[in-house]
Structure formats: structure tokens, C-alpha cells
Design a protein around this ligand. Structure first.
Ligand code: KG4
Length: 339
């Protein structure tokens, strides 16, 4: 028998609700928060207040769009972490209230696992292609950069991760130095399309295993600009497109080199991207080129499922529901992953 799952996501600055019928998406609503624009980053207190305002209208819209009645939902899945504590609390509390009111099970979801499982979301009446286990997933977002060995829906091993900044942070922080708006990643991507990726060279980290580091690149970028501005105060404006293209080229090369090494060592040929940075056109093109050379089968999610969304939470909740993996109402959110 089919089950209807309600998914709730509120880990950072997007309030989202989705309704699924088994693995098939029926609705996915996201309310973005404009309040952070003037601050150059997410302000946690403002984020949690905005979640409080958005959560009920967002759930209401998702339910209406799905055509599913609240009383027919079989379980509610919520992002338990990692994320901003104040933001997570809003989604967690709402999910508990909903579960209690409808006397249904509560399912906690790891936000990072959810990004990976977004690859299994089925669109109605479409034959969607998804990776076969085991596969590697390069999970790159504003807060994380990981290479995940995905053995099953519930069995994932992080085999490499950043030891400092995430790839998205590197994009955003370097963009900020160039005076681009927040979040800078999409701006760098846009300007890079018209620039020369080999115009400038920036430091690449020498880190062991499959781990990443982006703080050295950020510093190298900053010092490079500082020195050039001394000679020419208009340097950034005059070379913005080349700076963006060279920065993007460097970040993509760092990400893909480790991914290639991991895939070679583990003899895996199914490779997926996940997280906000997987929207980057340089990364997508780079992965496709690498896939041709290595004979990989690659999976790149639909744009709507790369950024934070509740659809990925609902699908993760569905697999946990099927496994009977529920939590009690004393389940507290975690700002860092511990489950
Ligand atoms: O997964 P995500 O939506 O949420 C967080 O981790 O918060 O990722 C957001 C990150 C930001 O750093 C943003 O700049 C980056 O994804 N991003 C991009 C692009 N689109 C979003 N970075 C590079 N190129 C893009 N096209």
C-alpha cells in the first residue's frame, strides 16, 4: 500500500515542505529568506524568526498542491541536523506538533544524507535514472565538502571531507572580496563563463587521502588581490571575469582530482553530485569531461534538488519509514552530525 510522507526542512535559511507518495514527489514548496541580503551571510537569529513565520504557510501550500489531506499523512520527516540550532528547532518543533496532532510516527533525517538521497526522487509519470549501489557522491555545499561512499539508502561512509572551509564558502568568501553580492557562488559562475580560466594561478592544497582544504586558496586569492590592487586600484573591476574563471577552475580542479582518486582506488564507476555547489556549470562540465575519460556513469540532480529543499528530506523519511526507523518526541536537533 502507498504511504504519504510529509518532509520538513529548516536547517539554514530555506523553509521547505514536501509531500511524497512513496518515492514520488507530489509537491515541494520552498520559502527563501531575503532578510540576510544586507548582511553578506545568514544571520542565525533572523533565520529562525523567518522560519517561524514561513513554516505554517509553506506546509499548507505543500499539502494543498499535493492534494493530500493532512489526516492521510503516514509519517512526518524532519531535518534533525547538521545546521543552525535556532533554525533546526523550528522545523523539529513543527514536525513534532504535526506528528502528535495526527498520531503518526516521527522520522529524523540527516541533512547530508538527504542531499545524497535526492538522487532517488521520482517525478510523477517519469522514468527517472538513479545511481546503483555502491556509488560515490561528491557532496558540495555552503557548509560541507565531502566524498561519500554510498553503500545503501541508510549506509553511507564519508571517505573524505574538508578540514577547514567548504567549497561553497570558498566561492562565497572570494566573491565577497571581489565585491560580489551574497551568496557569491552563482555570481562567480556567471562571470566565469566570459573569463579565461588560465589567466591567474592560485595555491592548491596538498592534503592527504581524499580530504579537502580551501582556506589556503582563500588566503592566496586575498593576498594576490591585495598585491595587485597596490599596483592598480582598479584591478578587480578590470579583471573580474578572468578572476572568477580562474578561481572556479581551481576549485573545480581540487574537487575533481580527489574524486577521481577515490573512484580509481575503490574501483567505482557510478558518480553523483549533490549540494548547492553542484549547480556550478564549471563543475558540471568538468565532471562530464572526466566521466568520458574514465568511463563513469554520472548523476547530476535537478537544480531544485541541489539547494536546500524538503523533497530530499521526504524521500529520506520514506526509506526510514519503510525500515521502521522512528524517533521519540524527545529527539533534539543537532547542529553538528552525531547520528
Ligand atoms: O546546499 P546549499 O544550498 O546550502 C548550504 O550549504 O547552505 O549550498 C549553498 C552554497 C553557497 O555557498 C552558494 O554560493 C553555492 O552553494 N552555490 C554555487 C552555485 N550555486 C550555489 N556555487 C558555485 N556555483 C553555483 N552556480
Amino acid at each position: 500500500m502507498s504511504v504519504y510522507i510529509l518532509g520538513i526542512e529548516s536547517s539554514c535559511d530555506d523553509t521547505s515542505a514536501a509531500v511524497f507518495k512513496d518515492e514520488t514527489i507530489l509537491s515541494n514548496r520552498v520559502a527563501n529568506q531575503d532578510v540576510h541580503k544586507d548582511f553578506g551571510g545568514v544571520v542565525p537569529e533572523l533565520a529562525s524568526r523567518a522560519h517561524q513565520q514561513n513554516i505554517i504557510p509553506v506546509v499548507d501550500k505543500a499539502l494543498k498542491e499535493s492534494g493530500v489531506k493532512a489526516c492521510d499523512i503516514a509519517a512526518v520527516a524532519f531535518t534533525r541536523g547538521p545546521g543552525l540550532m535556532g533554525s533546526l528547532l523550528v522545523g523539529t518543533s513543527f514536525a513534532k506538533g504535526f506528528a502528535l496532532a495526527h498520531d503518526i510516527p516521527l522520522v529524523d533525517v540527516n541533512h547530508l544524507h538527504a542531499h545524497v538521497l535526492a538522487h532517488f526522487i521520482k517525478e510523477p509519470d517519469q522514468d527517472n535514472k538513479h545511481p546503483e549501489f555502491p556509488f560515490l557522491c561528491l557532496l558540495v555545499s555552503g557548509g560541507n565538502s565531502q566524498i561519500v561512499l554510498v553503500k545503501d539508502y541508510m549506509n553511507m561512509e564519508v571517505i573524505g571531507q574538508t578540514i577547514d572551509d567548504a567549497a561553497g564558502e570558498a566561492f562565497d568568501k572570494c566573491a565577497k572580496v571581489m565585491g560580489l553580492p551574497y551568496p557569491g557562488g552563482p555570481w562567480v559562475d556567471k562571470l566565469a563563463k566570459e573569463g579565461d580560466p588560465h589567466a591567474f594561478q592560485f595555491a592548491k592544497p596538498k592534503i592527504k587521502n581524499y580530504d579537502y582544504s580551501f582556506s589556503g586558496l582563500k588566503t592566496s586569492f586575498l593576498y594576490f588581490l591585495r598585491d595587485r590592487i597596490k599596483e592598480d586600484p582598479n584591478f578587480i573591476e578590470a579583471h573580474k571575469k578572468d578572476l572568477c574563471a580562474s578561481l572556479q577552475h581551481t576549485i573545480v580542479e581540487i574537487l575533481l582530482n580527489k574524486l577521481e582518486k577515490a573512484a580509481d582506488d575503490l574501483n567505482i564507476s557510478q558518480v553523483a553530485l549533490a549540494g548547492g555547489v553542484s549547480a556550478n556549470s564549471g563543475l558540471r562540465i568538468g565532471l562530464e569531461k572526466l566521466a568520458v575519460r574514465k568511463n563513469w556513469i554520472t548523476f547530476i540532480p535537478k537544480f531544485a534538488y541541489t539547494t536546500d529543499n524538503a523533497a530530499m528530506v521526504a524521500i529520506s523519511g520514506y526509506y526510514k519509514y519503510r525500515a521502521g526507523d522512528f524517533v521519540n518526541h524527545d529527539a533534539a536537533p543537532f547542529s553538528r552530525v552525531v547520528f
